[in-house]
Design a binder for this molecule. Structure first.
Ligand code: F6R
Length: 610
């Protein structure tokens, strides 16, 4: 989604703002802009459509320098991507704001402000906010009071940063439903919608809570909560090195993140399992006692995280014998549900800021669930702060829009969770030891899967002139096929649909011909024989098959059937290992097609609006 950066310093901040925007570009990227208070007391605003590099080129020719500034990358919600709709927005020449989120009552506010003589130049909901603050400033005479009065009239989600040319010593910021973090420097302070934006200038952060308003100065920060009471927010240190946010020797973040999986999977398991068991305290204090009471699990997530939840359902029902439902958050939040007694509410989210997932969690907290558990990758995110229990995935910053290492570390976390739950429900020590051993084997097996990179790159050539594709799997490999299809469509723009292989003959078989590549994940499990007959159905219709299969599966390479052998893996951990070749396949197809791998069109990394 949109990204915000701001700085209050003694030095010129335009370079800090630009670098921050570059680091936020992965969140949303149809236009970018900045506003800086210059030495002569005026505000200089620059806005460009396209990538941050376009803005950087512009400010190189037209300097935009000063010690106080705000900046923004936009992902259009109200109004097309254009210079006029890009942030910062201004009211007159002295007041500028950047905004992340959506103002729901913007239409009525806009009409009221127009009736009072405010002139609108954009189609955005944000422009309503800047005029509203200006209106209140005329009454209050200072920005802090004006912002406080203005936000009391807003409905919706927002993170705002406000700069006034007549108050050169500070920024005023606030959050309600959209993330905002304060970076603590020495004699300077920064703000951003994501701590990654500020890593070149600080590693110390304060996370604002819902309803917080803050006054950001060079020498200090004052924060008030929703009731207007001054509050302290703890300063935390960023745990991962600054390099974790750089591409290193890799051509794209996505490829770097695919290759990081052996390392981050190890990190996710560390301190949670011994050589044979899941540790009692693996999920934190009190978790074990809670799990003993759990009779149902309700999983909520979006996109890739939803697919992780779908895999977990197979594990939870098989190993723990506990009923598990999985639903996408955007659907769940808008329907009536029946909640069984002792149901655990489990949210999965890489960012911890996905608007629909957070909304579902907030509803759930009122709805009588036993407790809320989050599986999340971003410490300090709203999801982490608002859940009763948390399993952090330790994947490190994920920059590529297409989720890769976040997915596999979610799966590892979910499997550890399942084992902890299953132990209370009759899982034998032997079975637990068998699966924990399989977990320990994962980093090596993923290295083996990565070794197929060159062959998969070759295979990917068959996809570049195709417009459609099918992905098949059975059992827990069906959600893996869904994830493979999502990866391919989001970065290569090839239409990809996933089906449980047994559903083929109930409709999609009609689509199969020589122009329809069919990708299949076929570990050597109890469904293999059934899957083989499904593949025959495809072959008989002239469909070209790309099968990722266990070496023992006895699937032979022949005309129309390309077989990529995956080293043997445990049937429970197979969904994790088989994800890798599908990630590599979509990556190479996208590279061959020349799409923007890390920042695919129309998508944003962190979907903080509905
Ligand atoms: C796809 C992808 C998205 C996210 C979804 C949820 O590659 O990344 O589908 O998985 O937007 O995001 P989180 O996990 O941050 O809640």
């Amino acid at each position: 989604m949109c990204g915000i950066v701001g700085a209050v310093s003694e030095r010129d901040v335009h370079g800090i703002l630009l670098e921050g925007l570059r680091r936020l570009e992965y969140r949303g990227y149809d236009s970018a802009g900045m506003a800086v208070r210059q030495a002569d007391g005026s505000i200089n605003r620059a806005r460009e459509v396209g990538k941050v590099s376009a803005l950087a080129d512009f400010v190189e020719q037209n300097p935009c320098k000063g010690p106080l500034g705000i900046a923004h990358t936009r992902w259009a919600t109200h109004g097309e991507p254009s210079q006029i709709n890009a942030h910062p927005h201004m009211s007159g020449e002295r007041l500028a704001i950047v905004h992340n989120g959506i103002i729901e009552n913007y239409q009525e506010l806009r009409e009221a402000l127009m009736a009072e003589g405010f002139e609108f130049t954009s189609q955005t909901d944000t422009e309503v906010v800047v005029h509203l603050i200006e209106k209140e400033y005329r009454v209050a005479g200072n920005v802090l009071q004006a912002v406080r009065a203005a936000i009391a009239q807003l409905r919706g989600a927002y993170a705002l940063a406000v700069l006034h040319a007549d108050e050169p010593d500070h920024l005023v910021v606030c959050r309600e439903g959209s993330p905002l973090v304060i970076g603590v420097g020495i004699g300077e302070h920064f703000i951003a919608s994501d701590q990654l934006a500020l890593l070149p200038v600080t590693d110390r952060f304060m996370f604002l809570e819902e309803g917080d308003l803050a006054d950001i100065r060079r020498d200090g920060v004052t924060i008030w909560d929703r009731e207007g009471t001054p509050v302290e927010r703890v300063v935390t240190r960023f745990e991962h090195g600054i390099d974790s946010a750089d591409k290193g020797e890799f051509r794209h973040y996505m490829l770097k993140e695919i290759y990081e999986q052996p390392k981050v999977i190890k990190a996710t398991m560390e301190g949670r399992i011994t050589d044979r068991r899941v540790l009692e305290q693996a999920l934190g204090t009190g978790a074990n006692e809670l799990l003993a009471d759990v009779r149902h699990v309700q999983i909520i997530a979006c996109g890739t995280s939803y697919h992780a939840g779908m895999v977990a359902r197979y594990w939870i029902e098989e190993l723990a014998g506990i009923a598990c439902s999985v639903e996408v958050a955007s659907e769940y939040r808008y329907r009536k549900h029946v909640i069984q007694p002792d149901t655990l509410f489990l949210c999965i989210s890489q960012s911890g800021e996905t608007a629909d997932t957070l909304a579902a969690l907030r509803q759930a907290k009122q709805a009588g669930f036993r407790a809320a558990l989050a599986i999340c990758n971003v410490p300090g995110s709203s999801l982490v702060r608002e859940s009763d229990l948390v399993i952090m995935t330790h994947a490190g910053p994920e920059i590529g829009v297409a989720s890769t290492k976040a997915f596999t570390t979610q799966l590892v976390s979910l499997l550890i969770f399942t084992l902890a739950l299953a132990r209370h429900n009759g899982l034998s020590e032997e079975r637990e030891a068998d699966i924990v051993t399989a977990l320990h084997q994962l980093p090596g097996q993923i290295d083996d899967a990565l070794a197929l990179d060159g062959k998969i790159a070759e295979l990917s050539r068959a996809f570049i002139d195709k417009n459609h594709s099918l992905f098949l799997g059975r059992g827990a490999m069906y959600p893996v096929a869904m994830e493979g299809a999502l990866k391919l469509k989001e970065i290569s723009y090839i239409h990809a649909e996933a089906y449980p292989a047994g559903e083929l003959k109930h409709g999609p078989l009609a689509l199969v011909d020589s122009e329809m590549p069919v990708v299949t994940v076929a570990p050597n499990n109890e469904l293999l024989e059934k899957l083989k007959s499904n593949l025959e159905e495809v072959r008989a219709r002239g469909g070209e098959l790309f099968v990722f299969a266990d070496g023992d599966a006895e699937l032979k390479e022949q005309p129309g059937i390309h077989v990529m052998q995956i080293p043997g893996v445990h049937s429970i951990t197979a969904p994790i290992v088989y994800t890798l070749p599908l990630q590599l396949l979509s990556y190479h197809v996208a590279v061959l097609k020349g799409t923007d791998v890390d920042q695919p069109r129309n998508l944003a990394k962190s979907v903080t609006v509905e």
